[in-house]
Design a protein around this ligand. Structure first.
Ligand code: MN
Ligand code: MN
Length: 305
């Protein structure tokens, strides 16, 4: 590890506004948890995911690709913002995303809470048009400001994204959904957009490979695809380090299978959000987070060999 520092996956570091010209993937941290409704702490995830990702090596035997030999990937540092005004945070994330994409890089973001995803989707949809979105989460994240008095928090990004036309027709896929809802019609925004909701129960009772092949792929293969991975989509037995844990979630294996199954799609960006290291044990959530990011990078690399 160079001089005791640990960039994501021991990659070279770069300035996000001045990437090496041939950069394929730029991984950036977004240390913001001001959108959290319950337990904060996700602002520390970029530090700890960087730290544990040092153990991940380059060759992916499942996909048969030497990920970081095929892709030129860099750690482009953290998005910088004053964390006290959410609107300024969203503006900084939007500008960072726009900058990375304009330099030809596919941006990967390590949150931070899930409120960081809305400005990312805004910036990507502006460049690519409406996106297919693979959203792994215990929660639908299509809530309103009714409870908290503010319309922009980590439970609302996909309602805004649908309302703003950032997501392609039938292009929202929500995997791992479970737990109690505020009311029977909590899924109305998703149903109204004809989203595919695959509940965690359906994944446990069926085959995630088959679901990805038969239900998810047909909705995504014609669109630029964004992966938004909330670590609480995974069961707290595997990923306890998160602010809103919900029992009954995905296994690590199911989570990694979902990401690996994206190989061959036109992936234009990804985020990994809601890891809260203070709630973690033995770094297990951080290790899973770095494995998810590695599989997403591998899925892109697989499409390029
Ligand atoms: Mn979420
Ligand atoms: Mn969640």
């Amino acid at each position: 590890l160079s001089h005791g520092q640990s960039p994501f996956f021991r990659l070279p570091t770069a300035n996000l506004h001045d990437l090496p010209s041939d950069t394929d993937v730029a991984i950036v941290g977004v240390p913001y948890d001001g959108g959290t409704t319950y337990l904060p702490g996700a602002r520390f995830a970029p530090y700890h995911v960087r730290r544990v990702s040092a153990v991940v090596q380059s060759y992916n035997p499942c996909l048969g690709v030497d990920t970081f030999a095929v892709l030129k990937a860099v750690d482009a540092g953290n998005v910088v913002f004053p964390p006290f005004q959410a609107e300024l945070v969203r503006a900084a994330i939007f500008e960072a995303t726009t900058s990375l994409v304009s330099q030809g890089a596919i941006p990967f973001f390590v949150g931070g809470d899930h409120s960081i995803t809305l400005p990312i989707l805004r910036a990507l949809a502006k460049v690519h048009g409406p996106l297919g979105v693979v959203h792994v989460d215990a929660h639908l994240d299509t809530s309103t400001g009714a409870i908290w008095g503010n319309d922009f928090h980590h439970g609302t990004p996909f309602r805004h994204a649908l309302a703003e036309g950032l997501i392609a027709d039938r292009g929202l896929v929500q995997l791992g959904i479970r737990g109690a809802w505020g009311s029977r019609d909590e899924d109305a925004p998703s149903q109204g957009a004809d989203a595919l909701i695959v509940r965690a129960d359906a994944i446990h009772e069926g085959s995630i490979s088959q679901i990805m092949r038969e239900q998810v792929w047909p909705r995504l293969e014609k669109h630029p695809v964004y992966l938004s991975f909330d670590i609480d989509g995974v069961d707290p037995a595997f990923a306890p380090g998160t602010g809103t844990p919900v029992p009954g979630g995905l296994t690590s294996h199911q989570a990694l299978t979902i990401v690996r199954a994206l190989a061959g799609l036109d992936i234009v960006g990804a985020d990994l959000v809601e890891v809260s290291p203070a709630q973690d044990h033995a770094d297990m959530s951080c290790h899973l987070a770095s494995a998810v990011l590695f599989e997403a990078a591998s899925a892109i690399a697989k499409g390029r060999i």
